[in-house]
Design a protein around this ligand. Structure first.
Ligand code: ARG
Length: 438
């Protein structure tokens, strides 16, 4: 069933019909399509293009269709080209001839553009909420665990940090993620409805009215851009890709920390899985899946960027390909944010194991060199002295603080009793990452 048979002599091939049809995926936009149509009809009435009676009949019809869909009485399926044809044909079935007036002064080009903006605004707000929930959980987990742990560079133990400071690094990343989505929402907050196919309409319509009615800041400035702009989807997908990259890095840490080799944390049973063959195993599948799904969201972004790159102005059917990647990207990021929140809630931090790893890692070696610098030695020479001490400690299975002052003096006579306080892990931390950030 089509909206445009008039200028055709032959019927469309079945293959072409299937190829062209988008109802299978744009059915997700049913609510936004109805909302956009109601605003459009109100505007047509205000501008004396439709009568009050026609307006009431069409709006009642659209509202009935909405409740039929939501109650399962009307299935979003069948031989329709897209969600817009589905709505118009069903409206005409419901209210008769007057339904044919719905599409006055509108094209499917501005209709789909406004539907997608409304839908992506709604979903981006859900992402903001999910980010907010995760931010609270990350902060709580950090605050409950202000314990000393090794900090790494090159995945080698480097200097002492706290578990809290480590978690608060993710807090900072996720906070930036939230700001990025808020900013993308601000940039996209303009209504394309009223641009029609690409060059407006001969009717005297009111784009300010529909923009306001649909909750946009203003109508778009340029008609051709209005119907063919998909930047907001790209920008959101790029925000989602950065979120997924952050979630993937955190997942990687969770996978490492929960291994026997690190044993810094334990993931609760409700977010772990077992092995079908190895009875002892508890696998961090939730974290691995999040890490894996980051590739999928990057793919959604790359796919849409590639689709858009060679399209001349204004609307071209290529743009129908914006929907599946966006739907997939937003659904994936929302799921991953929720799973990450659930998993972090149940994480147990193994304070003693982290402390043991600190002791074994010479994590106060840099500070021991600083000690000698404070006593007048050049840093490069101090670096050499402490390097030799580390070799000695490794050979004797000791930490720097386990050596006596006599042993230390054999390497450098500048060592005194005050070295122990200087290289104490808590003291080095408080001097390094300042107390208020720990
Ligand atoms: N299904 C189409 C899309 O998603 C709707 C717009 C169709 N416009 C047109 N001129 N054929 O892009």
């Amino acid at each position: 069933m089509k909206l445009w048979g008039g200028r055709f002599k032959d019927s469309e091939s079945k293959l072409m019909e299937d190829f062209n049809s988008s109802l299978g995926f744009d059915k997700k936009l049913y609510y936004e399509d109805i909302t956009g149509s109601i605003a459009h009809v109100k505007m047509l009435t205000k501008c004396n293009i439709l009568t009050e009676d026609e307006c009431n009949i069409i709006i009642e019809g659209l509202k009935d269709i909405l409740s039929d869909i939501e109650e399962g009485l009307l299935k979003l399926e069948g031989d329709y080209e897209d969600i817009h044809s589905f709505m118009e044909i069903n409206l005409i079935k419901k209210v008769g001839e007057v339904g044919k007036k719905l599409h006055t002064a509108r094209s499917r080009n501005d209709q789909i553009a406004v539907d997608m903006r409304l839908y992506s605004k709604k979903k981006a707000n859900e992402v903001i909420e999910a980010l907010h929930e995760l931010l609270v959980i990350v902060k709580n987990l950090g605050e409950k665990n202000p314990h000393i742990m090794p900090g790494y560079t090159h995945l080698q133990r480097a200097q002492v940090v706290t578990f809290k400071h480590h978690m608060m690094a993710y807090y900072s990343m996720l906070l930036r993620d939230k700001k990025r989505v808020v900013n993308a929402l601000d940039i996209m907050d303009e209504s394309p409805l009223g641009c029609c196919a690409l060059a407006g309409t001969t009717y005297n319509t009111d784009r300010e009215f529909t923009a306001k009615e649909l909750g946009f800041k203003k109508p778009v400035d340029n008609f051709m851009d209005g119907v063919s702009d998909r930047d907001y989807l790209l920008e959101l997908l790029s925000c989602f890709s950065i979120i997924m990259m952050h979630l993937s890095r955190l997942s990687e840490e969770i996978i490492l920390w929960s291994s026997k080799e690190f044993s810094f944390i334990q993931i609760s049973d409700d977010f772990s899985t077992g092995s079908s063959i190895m009875p002892q195993k508890k696998n961090p599948d939730a974290a691995e899946l999040i890490r894996g799904k980051s590739g999928r969201v990057y793919g959604d972004l790359m796919g849409l960027l590639t689709t858009m790159k060679g399209i001349p102005l204004a609307y071209n059917k290529d743009m129908q390909e914006d929907k599946e990647p966006f739907f997939d990207g937003v659904d994936t990021v929302l799921k991953c944010l929720k799973v990450m929140s659930g998993m972090l809630k149940g994480i147990k931090v193994k304070k003693d194991n982290m402390y043991k790893a600190v002791k074994k890692g010479f994590l106060n070696a840099t500070e021991a060199a600083d000690y000698l610098v404070n006593k007048g030695m050049a840093f490069r020479d101090a670096h050499g002295v402490i390097g030799a001490i580390v070799i000695y400690c490794e050979e004797n299975d000791k930490a720097i603080e386990d050596l006596t002052t006599d042993e230390l003096k054999k390497f450098c006579t500048l060592f005194e009793e005050d070295i122990y306080e200087f290289i104490d892990y808590s003291n080095t931390l408080n001097r390094g990452i300042k107390k208020e950030l720990l």
